[in-house]
Design a protein around this ligand. Structure first.
Ligand code: ATP
Ligand code: MG
Ligand code: MG
Length: 558
């Protein structure tokens, strides 16, 4: 992997260690279990876990689960699995919903201090009372209830005496605060909803702003890293924590310093989309094959596509951490996996769109084996014996009936070298009933084995091939970008921007037999074609299905 990148958050954390503010740093990755993680989350995972690893601290995985209607166990499990797959270990596995009792008690504390009140305004009125950037808000008529009344009403909210929307608990801060977040934000709302973890124990649920800072403080988090849109919420984060009494946090520390919220920029990848609502539409309407469709930049999708954890971590290191949102070129992601697979993938021969080539002067029942390296630059990856015989498959587009001058592959009367094997000359082109080329009849020159040409003649083209007798049949799936526009999420009708050629299936691909000895986790370079892996959903030993992870070179060049 790449060395740990330096960035402004790392500097802050290092500084806090150097000047003794903290003995160790403690971060957390706080996803809401309402969907699958995507590449943007990987940035946050690498940042939080990476920082703790790098500076000798701790990092929790915390489910920020306070919206009962949207969350479920399936998402929790997928997120856990994905964080582990990325190569990280959490110090503690936490759930904000486990803090509901604490949160409720802190709400009572704020009420008792005259810092929270039960309101009856409906959402529309609340919006109206909130004011705007240029105009102060005004106080709710319910703002001055007595502490005793507030306590009574809040306890009855919890007891289920009221309907949804009838009451809310709000912080009592300042309706004319320049920062609108500070204009008496809602702390609790009534929801009669089953929670996947807390069950039906609660009918009031705490808001994000109230939950997050207190969860951080309870866990002893030192640096609470979040994305830029929470900048204005930092003031509220600090207000809540400075107005509650935290005598001892859950890791047993007393008088702990306040966690510090620090914002960083989101990163989004061109030609993709991360919005959960829109992803759900793609999945539900069948535009993609589930959340792990290899064209999606969900982490389960990238994994199925063949991306390695290392390549994702390298990508995150490459894009860095800054104070601005950024849009990342697809080439940055592709180069990360290319770089990784170039070093680690076994080389094999695979023909996606086969055309049969018969070597008419080669003995009918003869098979010979060429011993070839599994990696040109890494002898530790060993060699394999590649079978060769009278009938082979070549890639259909390595042959042209009327090749232009610069085409150095095969054409009628032309000679080409079979990689690792002999030179062959095309003597006859055979057509099927529809007039399509169905076979090439060639002759080979026995003196040209292993790259030799005793007479010194130049053979410019070299093509890959697979021996027909031993070939393994496979379905190969080749992916392209899912959208035709760099920023599909910005369009009104993003469905219209789907790339109709984002998936090309080669149902009759032919692979060299060594792929059957491989582990299902193995990755390959099909020489001259690209990098491939077995499809984790559909591949079986008797029904080989492979995905192209990435092409050999950047074919995106504009
Ligand atoms: P989304 O709606 O895109 O899934 P989110 O912020 O609502 O994003 P959470 O589950 O709350 O999703 O995210 C967990 C963490 O991941 C948060 O700290 C969030 O800031 C961070 N995160 C999410 N998307 C990105 C992104 N594109 N770039 C960087 N960090 C991100
Ligand atoms: Mg969120
Ligand atoms: Mg979200």
């Amino acid at each position: 992997s790449k060395p740990t990148p330096n960035h402004f958050i790392r500097s802050i954390a290092k500084n806090d260690l150097a000047n003794g503010k903290h003995e160790y740093i403690y971060t957390r990755f706080p996803p809401e279990p309402n969907g699958y993680l995507h590449l943007g989350h990987a940035k946050s995972i690498c940042l939080n876990f990476g920082l703790a690893q790098d500076l000798g601290g701790k990092c929790n995985l915390r489910f920020d689960d306070t919206n009962p209607e949207k969350e479920n166990v399936e998402f929790v499990e997928s997120i856990r699995d994905t964080v582990e797959w990325l190569g990280f270990e959490w110090s503690k596995l936490c759930y904000a919903s486990d803090y509901y009792d604490h949160l409720y008690n802190y709400a009572l504390e704020l009420i008792d201090k005259g810092l929270a009140y039960v309101d009856e305004l409906n959402p529309e009125q609340m919006r109206e009372y909130r004011g705007a950037l240029t105009e102060p808000g005004k106080d709710s008529p319910f703002r001055d209830r007595s502490i005793a009344d507030n306590r009574d009403l809040f306890e009855r909210m919890r007891a289920g005496e009221f309907a949804e929307g009838e009451y809310t608990l709000r912080a009592k801060i300042d309706m004319s605060a320049p920062n609108i977040v500070m204009r008496d934000p809602i702390l609790y709302r009534i929801r009669y909803a089953h929670h996947y973890r807390a069950g039906d124990r609660w009918c009031i649920y705490p808001m994000y702003d109230f939950t997050h800072c207190i969860s951080d403080a309870l866990e002893g988090i030192t640096h609470s890293l979040c994305t830029l849109e929470f900048q204005d919420n930092r003031e509220l984060y600090d207000w809540i924590l400075s107005n509650i009494t935290l005598e001892e946090n859950l890791v047993g520390e007393r008088g702990k310093l306040m966690p510090k919220q620090i914002e960083f920029g989101r990163s989004n990848l061109e030609y993709t989309m991360a919005s959960k609502r829109k992803l759900i539409q793609l999945v539900n309407e069948g535009h993609v094959d589930g959340w792990d469709d290899p064209r999606l930049t969900t982490l389960v999708g990238l994994r199925r596509r063949g991306y390695t954890p290392e390549s994702i971590r390298d990508f995150c290191a490459e894009i860095g951490v800054t104070k601005r949102d950024s849009t990342i070129d697809m080439a940055v992601l592709e180069n990360a996996i290319r770089h990784n697979l170039e070093a680690s993938a076994k080389r094999v021969f695979g023909v996606l769109d086969p055309l049969k080539l018969i070597i008419t002067n080669y003995p009918e029942d003869q098979t010979e084996f060429f011993t070839v390296k599994n990696h040109p630059k890494d002898d530790s990856m060993g060699t394999r014996d590649l079978p060769f015989g009278r009938e082979i498959y070549i890639e259909r587009d390595d042959f042209m009936l009327e090749p232009p001058a610069k085409f150095f592959r095969l054409g009628p009367g032309r000679e080409v070298r079979l990689r690792y094997g002999y030179a062959v000359t095309c003597n006859d082109v055979i057509y099927d009933a529809d007039g399509n080329v169905s076979e090439l009849h060639c002759s080979y020159d026995p003196l040209t084995a292993k790259g030799q040409t005793p007479d010194g003649r130049k053979i410019k083209g070299i093509i890959h091939w697979v021996s027909a007798a031993q070939a393994v049949d496979a379905e190969v799936r080749v992916y392209d970008r899912l959208f035709t526009e760099p920023n599909p999420a910005g369009a009104d009708d993003f469905i219209a921007l789907l790339n109709p050629e984002s998936l090309r299936v080669y149902p009759h691909a032919k692979l060299e037999p060594s792929v059957l000895n491989a582990d299902t986790q193995d990755r390959f370079q099909f020489e001259r074609v690209g990098y491939f892996c077995f499809d984790s959903e559909d591949h079986r030993a008797d029904n080989v299905v492979m995905n192209r992870t990435v092409s050999l070179r950047d074919t995106w060049a504009k």
